[in-house]
Design a protein around this ligand. Structure first.
Ligand code: HEM
Length: 349
């Protein structure tokens, strides 16, 4: 691993200490923010140590981006002080072809870093990371099935691996739901994931879905379709927020042949394939019922401006509900869905 810069060492120490102090004060007050606690210290301490354009650019974007996200979260976005950090993030984002902000991939696939040392955030980032890596394994197995053909002699092991990985996503989401305190999440974790400015533009906030794997699984299984306008929007919107290599994977996924029609033609592993589809649906239904609803909807009350991506909460929850229907194969009037093909598949088993 590369030698840590002074900025990165500060992110691991002083930055975490300051965020933790502020979060404890906010939580004690039962508020998302309390002004006048000396939050400017975080702004100035980071600005003093801002690194140059050096080292791994994606990692550097994550470091600068976490600093910017924290300044926004504590409402100390001083234009003059932040101008060099905004310029650095913008230059990095342009060179990489991604949004100039930190995303969850920086925290999970490119090193483990948290904003605070509070236990709820530690569990949140760790279990999110476990789920992300499990989705990666499922996507990898299904990509291999797509290359080999659904009737191939080693496909059974790959489908078992995909099913197991998706069951791990479900288990990680369940652990998160059982362990993280919903109010701690709402007041002290979610605000770091909100949209914020970089220079003259506001970039949307981030979530654990900003990776290629979940969409590769959707499209390879055939539960979602790359010519469905609703799903096209989901994939296109996410493109600047995934790492550069995931952008390539998304580009390949939208032209890949879905497996479901192939399994209907060659049903040797139909039972196992159906179990993979059901495991994907179950994990995502749990995301909706046990994470989105209790951690966000129930906490927000009448407040609508609380989402990571920006649209009102009711709009985001409705879109996520549409994704639940697609992934669980539930029929939806006037919209694409694989329910009919899944029914035929179940008859073959
Ligand atoms: C407390 C925990 C979590 C909550 C409250 C939560 C909530 C949400 C919300 C509200 C969105 C939409 C973001 C927006 O547009 O504003 C979202 C997106 C997403 N989340 Fe989570 N999430 C949590 C954890 C996870 C975990 C552990 C995973 C698994 C890796 C995950 C996977 C996804 C995916 C894939 C999306 C993108 C939309 C999609 O393709 O379905 N989330 N989440």
């Amino acid at each position: 691993m590369a030698v840590m810069t002074e900025f990165e060492r500060w992110l691991d120490e002083g930055f975490v200490r300051l965020n933790t102090v502020f979060e404890e004060a906010y939580f004690a007050a039962g508020q998302e923010h309390v002004p006048g606690l000396g939050q400017e210290e975080l702004l100035h301490e980071g600005a003093k140590r801002l690194p140059g354009f050096d080292g791994d650019p994606y990692r550097l974007l994550g470091s600068v981006g976490m600093y910017l996200a924290a300044c926004a979260r504590h409402q100390v976005e001083d234009e003059e002080v932040l101008a060099p950090a905004w310029a650095l993030a913008t230059r990095l984002g342009t060179s990489l072809g991604v949004a100039p902000r930190y995303v969850f991939a920086h925290q999970s696939l490119h090193g483990f870093r948290t904003f605070t040392s509070l236990p709820d955030e530690q569990v949140f980032v760790r279990q999110n990371g476990v789920a992300v890596v499990a989705y990666e394994r499922a996507a990898h197995a299904l990509r291999l099935v797509a290359t080999m053909g659904v009737g191939g002699p080693v496909v059974e092991g790959l489908l078992r691996e995909a099913r197991r990985a998706l069951e791990e996503v479900l288990a990680a989401n369940r652990t998160l739901a059982d362990t993280v305190h919903p109010r701690r999440f709402y007041l002290g974790i979610r605000p770091y994931f909100r949209p914020h400015r970089v220079g003259s533009q506001v970039y949307r906030g981030v979530n654990a879905g900003d990776f290629a794997a979940v969409n590769e699984i959707d499209l390879l299984l055939g539960l979602c379709r790359a010519d469905d306008p609703f799903y096209q929007r989901v994939v296109a919107e996410k493109m600047p927020f995934v790492p550069p290599d995931h952008q390539d994977r998304l580009k390949r996924a939208v032209v890949a042949e879905p497996l479901l029609p192939q399994v209907l033609e060659e049903p040797r592993h139909a039972g196992l394939f159906l179990e993979v589809c059901r495991a994907h649906g179950a994990a995502y239904a749990l995301h909706h019922g046990r994470l989105v609803k209790p951690f966000l909807e129930a906490q927000a009350g009448d407040e609508q401006d609380v989402t990571a991506s920006g649209p009102p909460l009711s709009v985001v929850v409705a879109e996520l509900g549409h994704l639940v229907d697609l992934r669980t194969g539930r029929a939806r009037a006037g919209a694409f869905g694989a329910h009919e093909e899944l029914r035929r598949l179940a008859e073959l088993v």
